[in-house]
Design a binder for this molecule. Structure first.
Ligand code: S3P
Length: 166
C-alpha cells in the first residue's frame, strides 16, 4: 500500500501521515524532510539562496524518486508538490492512493499565522487579515489540483490530532 497525502500548508499532512503509517506499520516519509536531507539545506535556505524556481525543479525531481519507490509507505507531500507542471497527473498515474486533506481557509490561516516566519511562501504576509486573504486565493488556485485526489478528507476545524480520534 502506498498513500500520498496532499493539501495546503498547515492541513496536518505530516501529523495524520505519521499516525496512519504507525497504525498500518508502514514507513512514513515526510517529503519536505526527504528533500532537505537530499539537498543538504533547509527549504527556507533553498528559497533564500537559490529561489523558488530552483526549489520547484528539485521538488519535481524528488517527487519522481518517491513515485518510483517500490516500498509501501505513507508519504506526506509538500503543499505545492502536486500544483506545478504535470505533478498531479504523475501522482495519479503512479501506484497508490492520493488523499487530499481539506481544511477550511479560516482554520488554515489561524494555524499558519504563528508559523509564517518559517514558511517562505507565507512570510511576506504581515497581518492575520492579509495572511487569510492570501491563503484564500492561493488555496482557490491550488484546489484545482488537490481536488483531483482519489479521496478527500474534510477535517473542518478539528486539529489534526482530534481528527485522528474522530
Ligand atoms: C510549500 C509547502 C511546504 C514546503 C515549502 C513550499 C508550498 O510544505 O514544501 O515551504 O508551496 O505550499 P508543507 O505543506 O509540508 O508545509
Amino acid at each position: 500500500m502506498k498513500i500520498y497525502l496532499i493539501g495546503y500548508m498547515g492541513s496536518g499532512k505530516s501529523t495524520l501521515g505519521r499516525a496512519l503509517a504507525q497504525k498500518q506499520q508502514l514507513r512514513f516519509i515526510d517529503f519536505d524532510e526527504y528533500l532537505e536531507e537530499k539537498e543538504g539545506q533547509s527549504i527556507a535556505t533553498i528559497f533564500k539562496e537559490k529561489g523558488e524556481i530552483y526549489f520547484r525543479k528539485r521538488e519535481s525531481h524528488y517527487l519522481d524518486e518517491l513515485l518510483d519507490l517500490e516500498e509501501e509507505a505513507v508519504i506526506s507531500l509538500g503543499g505545492g508538490t502536486p500544483c506545478y507542471g504535470d505533478a498531479m497527473q504523475r501522482i495519479k498515474a503512479a501506484p497508490g492512493t492520493s488523499v487530499y486533506i481539506n481544511v477550511p481557509v479560516t482554520e488554515l490561516s489561524s494555524r499558519l499565522w504563528s508559523q509564517r516566519e518559517h514558511r517562505p511562501v507565507l512570510n511576506h504576509q504581515d497581518t492575520p487579515e492579509k495572511l487569510e486573504e492570501f491563503v484564500r486565493k492561493h488555496l482557490f488556485e491550488r484546489s484545482f489540483y488537490y481536488n483531483q485526489a482519489d479521496l478527500i478528507l474534510r477535517t473542518q476545524d478539528q486539529t489534526p490530532e482530534d481528527s485522528l480520534k474522530a
